[in-house]
Write a protein that binds this ligand. Sequence first.
Ligand SMILES: N[C@@H](CCC(=O)N[C@@H](CS)C(=O)NCC(=O)O)C(=O)O
Length: 245
Amino acid sequence: MKPVLYTFPISHFSEKARWGLDIATYDYELHPLVPGQHVTFLKQIVPDTYVPILKDGDTIIQGSGVILDLVDSKAFASPSTTEEKEWESRIDHEIGKNLQTILYSFILDYPTIVGKLFQADPPKKEEQTIIPEHYDLIAMVSRRRYKITPKNVEAAKESFAGLAKEMQSRYAKSKFFNGTSFGRVDLTIASLTSAFALAEEYPGTPWFRAVEMPESFHAWQDSVGMKPLLDRVREFYKEFRNHSK
Ligand SMILES: N[C@@H](CCC(=O)N[C@@H](CS)C(=O)NCC(=O)O)C(=O)O
């Protein structure tokens, strides 16, 4: 049996792992889960129920970084350096984790948006949304999981914008972060900002295109001023996101 990758369709950390496996031409089955329903299912195999998870027989690898470690030598032209891994970790926290706090702070008050984003199959804009069962509970758990308080959301926005700008200046000097070839930092920043860049090659794009995000979300995104960074992300998707299942 092939290894199985458990994901959520719109999870940016899942996208990071999936892109790594795809670019390394690692053979696996994709098993998307519905957020909310994932807890009961994943509790049978892991104590902390987050995705991505790669399950190969009895071996379980959880988290995008460790999954990337598994394929690092095949995924990139040269093995990732300690410096690249330190940057990956910074991007995971300051962009990836903060984005969860920021995104959910904007959408949890809109069950129809969340309902569409959580759908297992790609939704259509004109389709009626099925509001997830026990939505109030899902919203409450998400607020706790992603530490959504006014103070945390402000801090997350500040930290996110700071690193996005820093990455943008790095990319103004060099196409690739390591100066020579598409590497681990490029894959990390691209997958963790995929919901903004909405490249055609990003498998989650149909979900985000099917919803009308609140005006306040767009206003915040514009205020960050990261268009050049997102242009580079779209370039990375076009050139390197070529094995999507
Ligand atoms: N550090 C982890 C973060 C993974 C993560 O935050 N996953 C989110 C989806 S993007 C998740 O599974 N959330 C649901 C939960 O925590 O129960 C990684 O690199 O994979």
